[in-house]
Design a protein around this ligand. Sequence first.
Ligand code: HAM
Length: 437
Amino acid sequence: MATFQTLPGFREFYPEDLARRNHIFRRWRQAAGTYGFAEYDAPVLEPLELYKTKSGDEIEGQLFNFTDKGGREVALRPEMTPTVCRLVGAKANALKRPIKWFSIAEFYRYERAQKGRLRAFFQFNADIFGEPGPEAEIELIALLIQCLAGFGLTKDDFCVRLSDRDLWFFYLEALGFNDTQARELLGAIDKVEKLGDAAFEAFAEKHGPLAPEKMAAILGFMKIRSLEALAAEIGRIGQDKLEARLGDWRRVIAGLTAMSLGEFIQVDLSVVRGLAYYTGFVFEAFDRKGDLRALAGGGRYNDLVKKLGLPDLPAVGFAIGDVTTGLLLEQRGLMPTFVQAPDVYCVIGGEKERAAAFGDIQALRAAGYRVDYPLKEVGFGKQFKAAAESGAKVALIYGGDEIAKGVVKLRDLTERSERDVPRADLLVTVRDFLAGA
Ligand code: HAM
């Protein structure tokens, strides 16, 4: 007989897995709420065109796409950014600015299977539209930090690597490269970690080999790891655009430092981001040990809304994934175990007693208590075992004698003590008992 397995890179969530996922989502939602972001959602299937050229070659090659029965070219969403641009762009004039939005949703990319990378995964996306200044970056980077710190992770567990595509463009311009060349070079720089010097081969084939001093300058700029080193290199070059941009850097770092988040930030000019639409600051979160893939990534993308044929709207945002976040929490022992225990377990004598028990069960549930009972008639022994194993703190025992007397037996499952409780007082008694009175 054929066995049907999940597709590679897709997950099934058994209740304990879903409890862990929900825990992650809960903390992210909490963080977004405290930062004043409003939640939205959008379709999982989109026109293929939305991702063509906008997201970049890498994502385009990973699309789950097909032709639907109406002949439309469609794709499962690989990311939220083009979609949220459409949502915001369509109502740009009606929305109060700055527009601070977030979502939690599933995404699909046909990736090569590896630790921390699947073909279906969840992201928390947070974006700010309508704010051109670096204040938006401060707010988003602070939120990203909270999305990890909210689980108890500290500056010793993760950092946010901060870089800047504007700075790179100005720097490459100062080195004598034109815009197209600069774009291609950034594509190569994105791949240096993976490919080493070979990352520049495609560029060399097209434009001739890089002069050794230019190659050295690029590799040197990539190695910059502090604001001081950055300021020194910019000072050496003496270009106005670079000097002005350094001012934005100082504002971002000063803002985050004032929020006591400075120690989470690592200046790292080797981050340039693979996605095609980023225009300014870019950042990625990594675990400090460095054995996981990126936890989160984002940056400024001032041209994307306009490229979709909508109003010109500056934007910056990031996405954090559930897979690497979950792995990091497990590694650090910060993933709680979740027991879905009822508050009350009802032990029911027989069919006759069931009717009385059902009335009380409904009343307790209506009052918000989690109540469980055996669906079928089974012996007392088995029911007591089930009550103990359920994790409930209290059992209510519905025997024929008790019901005749208008009472129910309340058993403390921790202390193993018992007492009779008038059924008329049941709600109050259970409430006081669970409150520890
Ligand atoms: P991204 O860097 O492609 O950015 O993805 C962000 C995060 O999503 C990654 O750091 C990772 O945690 C998670 N992720 C991505 N691909 C996978 C995968 N195959 N399996 C598991 N997790 C994955 C974006 O998606 C941008 N749209 C983020 C953004 C929002 N930029 C501006 N606003």
